[in-house]
Design a protein around this ligand. Structure first.
Ligand SMILES: Cc1ncc(COP(=O)(O)OP(=O)(O)O)c(N)n1
Ligand SMILES: Cc1nc(C(=O)O)sc1CCOP(=O)(O)O
Ligand SMILES: [Mg+2]
Length: 206
């Protein structure tokens, strides 16, 4: 499997404007997954955002994953859900989503959490935060060795997240990250999101 870009939506956006930006951004390069992550939105706001954004993503054969809420992810025909250690437990999330959906799990910088998630059947394990981030107050600091260790031991794909930009992603790719998950590094890129995705695409294909 080639290494891939996993895009996280900005924490807040104007839906009409963001829908156009997202479409242009996805058309600028290779993105394999988009996660809708709206921590402060109501369920109805998430429903509205999903109704507009999911087709933009899925029409391009890109997986559309919802953060945190498997019940809404199932209702809204998302391709998957991402759950953290304090969210719906993996087994419950899988029960709700069904066997074919993507269920990814946060594992911070913990070998133990990742082994449990992998054994339970998670489709990917996410390690982070690798770098300082403006997007959230991270609960842990991860180092590239955990990606090397994971990929040397297990087949389940791993995601690197936290403060990743096109300028600092290389050590994570060299350590074997299957996906790099990026929010600010795309949406806040000094040259704009389309240029950011072009740069990540070039990096991932180099
Ligand atoms: C791909 C990916 N990795 C990690 C996270 C973080 O999830 P979580 O720990 O539940 O924190 P919140 O994102 O819910 O604040 C993620 N969302 N996506
Ligand atoms: C959502 C999230 N989870 C993290 C973790 O460490 O689990 S870091 C993070 C923020 C990702 O956004 P950015 O690319 O802007 O840093
Ligand atoms: Mg969460």
């Amino acid at each position: 499997m080639t290494q891939q870009l996993y895009l996280i939506t900005p924490p807040k956006f104007d839906l009409d404007e963001f829908a156009k930006t997202l479409a242009n951004t996805l058309d600028a390069g290779d993105v394999s997954c988009v996660q809708l992550r709206l921590k402060e939105a109501s369920d109805d706001e998430i429903r509205k955002a999903c109704a507009v954004l999911r087709p933009i993503v899925q029409d391009r054969d890109i997986a559309f994953v919802l953060n945190d809420n498997p019940t809404l992810a199932k209702e809204l025909a998302c391709d998957g859900v991402h759950v953290g250690q304090e969210d719906t437990p993996y087994k419950k999330a899988r029960e709700i989503m069904g066997k074919d959906a993507i269920v990814g799990m946060t594992c911070h910088d913990s070998k133990h959490m990742a082994m449990v998630a992998g054994e339970q059947g998670a489709d990917y394990v996410a390690f982070g935060a690798f770098y300082p981030t403006q997007t959230k107050e991270p609960k842990s600091k991860a180092e590239p060795w955990i990606l090397e260790w994971w990929t040397s031991m297990f087949e389940v794909p791993c995601v690197a997240i936290g403060g990743i930009t096109d300028e600092n992603a290389t050590p994570l790719l060299e350590a074997g990250a299957d996906f790099i998950a990026v929010c600010g590094g795309v949406w806040d890129h000094p040259d704009g999101p389309e240029e950011a995705v072009k740069k990540f695409t070039a990096l991932l294909n180099s």
